[in-house]
Write a protein that binds this ligand. Structure first.
Ligand SMILES: C[S@@+](CC[C@H](N)C(=O)[O-])C[C@H]1O[C@@H](n2cnc3c(N)ncnc32)[C@H](O)[C@@H]1O
Length: 446
């Protein structure tokens, strides 16, 4: 199984050739200086023997893929089995791309062949609406790499239909609905999007309801509201497992949950207020991370330097704690440090409106202003705003702890893992800052 390094590295044209174009490597992409595009020396030819591996291989060198106007996958069927749900929904939502995710090789191959056959049989005006061009399957472990495939808020429907029950208590951690995975599902689902669950195992139903209702970003949809949802009859009846349960006169426990709005939207809506932004000091900032500076008033706190480079320099070691809470190797979804540069346009609005807070649960982020030559040759790293908040008991930003600081161009900062923060805001002239983070997927933050 191969996963793309990020959602933009996926060549969806191989899954949905009628809806998506191959990765961009044309002049219009090159005209944008922020997009780097490498063209692979050779494109693989159809038909692929392992569609997923080819999709990843063929687009891995690109950094920008989707063409404007291309559709994006909106529905994902996790553990799709033999694909009955997608086949049922394909003509109900002929303009919506759906992806089945399945871990078993033989099952994935079967569904792939099934979709190819349906497409061939339904070509032209005689075929069903959409001609099954909007459904596809990928072989993957859905418990590991979902945010590598889908961007934040990309999906509108996420299906967990008759998932493996893992009856024994010590196997419960293998269940596909768990507190950790719910954070990922909330991340890839658009606010208003829906998680569908159905099972014939009462204990599993209660487990899923318990975890989803206690998650701050999901609310259960009342059964009467579901009556008008055209997906529901297929959730109940179209999957192979659902049909088997019906043949055996088994129970079917259905529960659906809506992805609620992001927390900061609620908080700012409920509590509009203005806060002051004093100058950044290491002491005041300590609950959130560290200040990296040789010019602070607290210079006494700096580690004792040692002589370096044939006595031409002083070296200050360990100015910040760089933490990586992931334990897996990078090949298994673990962390790799990423050093990158943000070029920030100055924000002039006063008071500056805070729109969003984000956090990186697994790793330290480090921002360090750097000078960059302007056309005049002058240097332009200037002051910037640092906005932080602690996590609250409801796993949302605790707005009572919200703090803003003005950082000078000679001060770098870290955000400790899990600290809510506003994206970087340059206050005066343009600020250029490199970011160092230990995160395999730069988009994986709340
Ligand atoms: C009981 S079957 C249900 C299949 C289908 N949803 C249905 O209703 O017919 C569960 C499916 O989930 C797949 N599965 C289990 N764990 C998975 C994982 N981590 N990633 C992707 N698929 C998984 C299994 O291979 C199996 O096909």
């Amino acid at each position: 199984m191969v996963s793309p390094v990020h959602p933009g590295a996926m060549d969806w044209s191989r899954h949905y050739p009628k809806h998506c174009s191959p990765p961009a490597h044309s002049l219009d992409a090159l005209a944008d200086p922020d997009v780097t595009v490498q063209v692979p020396s050779k494109r693989p030819h159809s038909p692929p023997d392992d569609l997923d591996a080819l999709c990843m291989r063929s687009c891995a060198p690109y950094t920008a893929t989707a063409h404007a106007g291309d559709k994006r996958v909106e529905f994902a069927d996790i553990g799709c089995g033999y694909g009955g749900l997608m086949v049922g929904l394909a003509s109900v939502y002929p303009d919506t791309l759906m992806l089945g995710m399945e871990i078993r090789v033989k099952v994935q191959e079967y569904v792939y062949q099934r979709i190819q056959a349906l497409r061939a049989q339904n070509e032209g005006p005689e075929g069903v609406p959409g001609g099954y061009q909007n459904i596809s399957i990928i072989r993957m472990n859905a418990m590991k790499f979902l945010p590598n495939f889908f961007a934040k808020g990309q999906l509108t429907k996420l299906f967990f239909l008759f998932p493996d029950p893992h009856f024994k208590k010590k196997k419960h951690k293998a269940r596909i609905i768990s507190p950790t995975l719910l954070a990922e599902y909330a991340y890839i689902l658009h606010p208003g999007g829906i998680i569908y669950t159905i099972t014939d195992v009462k204990d599993l139903h209660e487990w899923m309801v318990k975890h989803l209702t206690s998650h701050p970003l999901f609310e259960r949809i009342p059964d009467d509201e579901l009556a008008s949802d055209p997906a529901i009859p297929h959730v109940r009846q179209s999957t192979e497992e659902g049909k088997k349960v019906e043949r055996n006169n088994g129970d079917k426990f259905l529960a659906c949950f809506r992805r609620m709005d992001d927390p900061i939207a609620h908080h700012t809506h409920l509590m509009p207020r203005t806060i002051d932004a004093p100058l950044l000091t290491a002491e005041a900032y300590a609950p959130f991370g560290q200040v990296i500076s040789l010019a602070d008033a607290n210079r006494a706190n700096l580690p004792t330097p040692s002589a370096a480079n044939q006595n031409t320099a002083l070296r200050f070691n360990r100015l910040a704690d760089l933490v990586n809470l992931r334990t897996l190797p990078e090949s298994d979804g673990g962390a790799a440090p990423n050093l990158c540069v943000f070029r920030c346009q100055p924000q002039r609005q006063r008071p500056f409106p805070l729109k969003v807070l984000e956090r990186h649960p697994y790793s330290t982020q480090l921002f360090m202003p750097v000078a960059s030559p302007k056309e005049s040759g002058a240097l332009n790293a200037q002051r910037y705003l640092v906005v932080v908040a602690a996590n609250g008991p409801d796993d949302r930003p605790d707005c009572a702890t919200l703090k803003a600081f003005i950082a000078e161009k000679w001060q770098g900062i870290t955000y400790s893992p899990g600290v809510w923060h506003h994206p970087m805001v340059a206050l005066d002239e343009r600020l250029v800052g490199p970011l160092e983070e230990a995160n395999p997927n730069p988009t994986l933050c709340d």
